[in-house]
Design a protein around this ligand. Structure first.
Ligand code: ME8
Length: 535
């Protein structure tokens, strides 16, 4: 971007690295889009940013899926990554800076070093473990958390998340002395109330740790699809230890000290609430054990629900992200889930709700405003943006409204990860500008050819166009394609330069779009939706 300062630490954001046992669904895309909007926002603050995503490729779940499909685990992962995961992120305009795969040498070699180091420090010992294990979660469960099976599963104990039977496993394992880190973790949560977001997630974690932590089994010896324990190759490293370390290995841990120091630790780990314990308990304890700095924040998003249940690979009810983008478009897709669901809470997706919001907020409020303003500048001023010379109270109210929207969106999206609140602030401003036009009635003012009326008309249209200039900047992290169309239609590229170079926090500085800009009626920002095709 040309704005990156050498030597300063990047604002570093991660998504979970996703299991490649199947193709991505709406839930994975939800977290990844949120991270993309957050990092685009910070880039547009002029900060140096690093956005990481990737795939988690080891463990039993992947191994069994590959077996069932008659290919090796590596072949399976390669195929899924290249044919499903990477193409989806490209399709959704995800601007990640790197994509880590846990089967890459740059990762596995460093994972071994990390674990060896902990072993040498006496943080790891050999012991035996027996307990119920859920392969879906790749996690030993507490017996008290299990559900009683019914019907086909009568007499069996079920994982509360996957609703599938757990397996009793007994293994000789290596253990990490997690139990010793409880007090230090509690102290950290206490000192850094912002460490876990939202509040409900923080309370949940504090409760877990207060109840006392057990040592964590960090190796498996009953299968071999994983990173080998360096001092005992009958064992592979537990997939979660392997996976969490991606956040360090991807940014140069043990390999590129400069890169590592300029990036690590993450400012924000975005995670679903199902994997909060790994990120807010185990991961910081691993870092403490190595004397490495802890992340700034673990932000848990809620679940996208289908029929009241967590949307997952098994109960997808057939909706792929592409099924929605082909109907609503990529930008509307990126916007919808962040707009409609309070980040951190669960939310139900519905086709109807998406359609209603698309039509009222995107097409009517935002898209129509843009096309009306461009049409009027064309009709009354030959497509050349006129100068604003008759500013009064009504214009001041618009300027004040914009300043408020900018401050609020910047705080909510950039600092608080309150995407819906930030987007709402911008759309409230859009409503205000629509209301301004309705009151000022430029189409009536245009009927009067006096100098005074022409000056009013020029002022009204300038005010609306300059407001749209700011909207294009503020909504660029959320809807980059639409913002570019609007930017082009305002003639802003020629006078103000690239959209990506516009600072979000400066978007409210009035008068940036110069009079004389060539305004054209560009493509329709949000086309009318087709009737959904019947089955
Ligand atoms: O847990 N609603 O991978 P995973 C919202 N490999 N978000 C959802 C969701 C839903 N219904 N379903 C999935 C793993 N997600 C591990 C992570 S990280 C070191 C290792 C999102 O493929 C959410 O972010 O099961 C969740 O945490 C993640 O996908 C889990 O993806």
């Amino acid at each position: 971007t040309g704005t990156e300062q050498q030597g300063t630490k990047a604002f570093y954001v991660t998504t979970p690295i996703y299991y490649v046992n199947d193709a991505p669904h709406l839930g994975h895309a939800y977290t990844t889009v949120a991270g993309d909007v957050l990092t685009r926002w910070h880039r547009q603050r002029g900060e140096k940013v690093w956005y990481l995503t990737g795939t988690d490729e080891h463990g039993q779940k992947i191994m069994r899926t590959a077996d069932a499909n008659g290919v090796s685990p590596q072949e399976w992962c390669d195929k899924l990554v290249e044919e499903a995961w990477k193409p989806l992120w490209e399709h959704l305009d995800i601007a990640n800076d790197d994509f880590i795969r846990t089967t890459q040498e740059r990762h596995t070699a460093r994972v071994q070093e990390f674990v060896q180091d902990l072993y040498d420090k006496g943080e790891i010992y050999k012991g035996e473990y027996e307990g119920p294990y859920c392969v879906g979660c790749e996690e030993y469960k507490s017996p008290g958390d299990l559900l009683d099976g019914e019907g086909d599963f009568a007499g069996e104990k079920l994982c509360p998340i996957h609703k599938k039977p757990v397996e009793m496993l007994k293994e000789e394992n290596y253990f990490f002395k997690l139990s010793e880190y409880g007090p230090k973790l509690l102290e950290h949560y206490e000192k850094h109330p912002e460490f876990i977001q939202p509040e409900s997630a923080r309370n949940e974690v504090v409760n877990i740790v207060r109840q006392g932590l057990e040592d964590l089994s960090i190796s498996r010896s009953t299968f071999d699809w994983g990173v080998k324990i360096p001092w005992d190759d009958k064992h592979v490293i537990y997939v979660w230890i392997d996976a969490l370390l991606n956040y360090a290995t991807a940014v140069g841990y043990g390999a590129d000290q400069k890169k590592f120091e300029e990036t690590f630790p993450a400012d924000v780990h975005l995670v679903g609430k199902d994997i909060l314990r790994f990120h807010a308990v185990i991961w910081p304890a691993m870092l403490m054990a190595q004397g490495l700095p802890l992340p700034g924040k673990v932000a848990a998003n809620g679940w996208l629900l289908v029929g009241g249940e967590k949307m997952s690979k098994s109960n997808l009810t057939g909706i792929k992200p592409q099924d929605l983008t082909s109907h609503f478009g990529v930008d509307a897709y990126r916007w919808y889930f962040l707009r409609a669901i309070a980040f951190g809470q669960d939310g139900s997706f519905s086709w109807e709700d998406f359609s209603v919001r698309y039509t009222s907020e995107l097409a009517n409020d935002y898209g129509n405003l843009a096309s009306r303003v461009a049409a009027m500048v064309g009709k009354y001023f030959g497509g050349t943006l006129p100068e604003s010379t008759a500013d009064g109270e009504a214009e001041q109210a618009v300027k004040d409204g914009l300043a408020k929207a900018v401050a609020e969106a910047d705080r909510r999206i950039g600092d608080e990860l309150d995407f819906s609140g930030g987007i709402l602030a911008i759309f409230d401003f859009i409503k205000q500008v629509n209301g301004y036009l309705t009151e000022q009635e430029p189409w009536k003012v245009a009927k009067d050819s006096s100098d005074e009326a022409r000056a009013r008309l020029a002022t009204i249209l300038y005010t609306a166009a300059e407001s749209l200039r700011a909207c294009a900047v503020l909504l660029n992290p959320v809807m980059p394609r639409t913002s570019q169309l609007l930017w082009d239609s305002l003639g802003a590229e020629a006078s103000l330069g690239a959209l990506a170079g516009q600072r979000v926090q400066d978007a409210g500085r009035w008068g940036q779009l110069p009079a004389g800009s060539t305004v054209t009626k560009g493509a329709v920002l949000f086309p009318r939706l087709e009737e959904p095709k019947g089955e």
